[in-house]
Design a binder for this molecule. Structure first.
Ligand SMILES: [Zn+2]
Length: 396
């Protein structure tokens, strides 16, 4: 998720047509079919490195909180509100069009301690149920705050909360979740938002201050179609230098709606150890080879890649080449709440459409574990846990 400046648009009506245009992309049949069945093919421990907390909500919770807080929604009926999610590949899909859909859901979580805690707790509960054992959840504390930001509801009678308050509520919920669901470990990445360079330094400082309380890294997200994007990107460099100098791990959204050079910029100018997405490196052989040699991790999100229009043809998805050429890549969900998906959808796409095997998927989970931002001792434990489980899974 990121910041979008586009106007309100209704969800597209002619889904049949858009499916034909995009063709081949795995997706559920409709916004109504959203089951939580565990797919036995994929019933093994999973690691997810790229997932937005504020894109991981339950639609039913959006409605409930909107009612409690008196926030206007396009519909208070769950089935109806689902239509506004990005549950299929839209015609001429773009990242901006995708991000635009957050306006139907996001405002209910902003500026409420209760809503932020509930969002976090339920997201962890959902990820735990799906067999995820380690996940790095990312969010911008500023986008969920009401101070140091443009309040959405100026006459909101609720207390105004700061970006640090937001982070503290998330970490409080994380503590409760850790007791309730000890088999899943959740860590956090704080996102800078390209359109708001003025937030970046504070975000970097929060990463340093809360490094022993669950924050393991920093991210930068935005919409490259924004005309000011490139100028604004530059304004974030200092904050990322500060983060890097203070040993904060860094991942950057790049090579998604932007070309291959954005991935090199992330590594060279922003100290990124990992790239969020990175699909477009296949367009530049030199940069591709660099990723192959230097093994910077690529956090690939298959379903999201079609719905943001970053990848058009499913059958020759860059992830297939990344994996076969030994690039360091893994599979994540990005924004499961707003896409009405689970990690099972992404895995099903990788297996059924891209033709990779379950063992390949497990290997990518090991890549994710090796490239996660946990300290070394915890990382080794995670890798051993996966190796043991996969050996047993493949024997049975
Ligand atoms: Zn993302």
């Amino acid at each position: 998720m990121g910041n979008s400046k586009s106007d309100m648009v209704p969800p597209e009506k002619n889904q049949q047509e858009s499916e034909k245009v995009q063709g081949g992309a795995y997706q559920r049949e409709s916004y109504e079919s959203y089951d939580e069945e565990i797919d036995p093919d994929f019933d093994f421990p999973k690691v997810v490195l790229h997932c937005h907390l504020d894109g991981s909500f339950r639609i039913s919770t959006v409605i409930d909180i909107a009612k409690r807080r008196g926030i206007e929604l396009v519909s208070y009926d769950e089935k109806e509100l689902r239509k506004y999610a990005v549950w299929h590949v839209q015609e001429n899909a773009t990242l901006a069009k995708f991000l635009d859909h957050f306006k139907y859901f996001g405002p209910v979580f902003k500026g409420s301690r209760y809503a932020i805690r509930r969002l976090t707790l339920e997201a962890i509960e959902d990820f735990h149920r799906r067999g995820i054992v380690y996940i790095e959840l990312r969010f911008s504390p500023h986008l969920l705050a009401t101070i140091g930001n443009d309040p959405l509801n100026e006459d909101d009678p609720e207390e105004k909360i700061t970006p640090e308050d937001v982070l503290e509520e998330v970490l409080k919920a994380n503590k409760i979740a850790a007791e309730k669901y000890p088999s899943i470990m959740v860590r956090y990445l704080l996102c800078g938002i390209v359109a708001f360079p003025q937030w970046s330094q504070e975000t970097a400082e929060l990463c340093v201050k809360y490094r022993n309380d669950g924050v393991v890294g920093m991210d930068l997200a935005g919409d490259p179609q924004d005309p000011d994007y490139h100028t604004e990107m530059k304004l974030h460099e200092k904050a990322f230098d500060y983060a890097h100098d203070n040993n904060v791990n860094i991942t950057i959204h790049a090579g998604e709606a932007e070309g291959p050079s954005s991935c090199e910029q992330a590594i060279d100018d922003f100290h990124a150890a990992r790239i969020g997405h990175g699909y477009h490196i296949i367009e530049d052989e030199r940069i591709y080879k660099r990723f192959q040699n230097e093994q910077h991790h690529l956090e690939c999100c298959p379903i999201s890649s079609y719905r943001t229009g970053s990848v058009k043809k499913t059958q020759n998805h860059p992830l297939i080449r990344f994996f076969k050429d030994g690039l360091n890549c893994s599979i994540s969900t990005d924004d499961p709440g707003i896409m009405l998906t689970t990690i099972f959808d992404d895995y099903a796409d990788v297996k059924n459409t891209m033709g990779l095997s379950i063992k390949n998927i497990q290997q990518m989970n090991l890549n994710a574990a090796r490239s996660c931002f946990l300290p070394d001792s915890e990382k080794s434990e995670l890798i051993s846990r996966l190796e043991l489980s996969y050996a047993k899974f493949n024997q049975d």
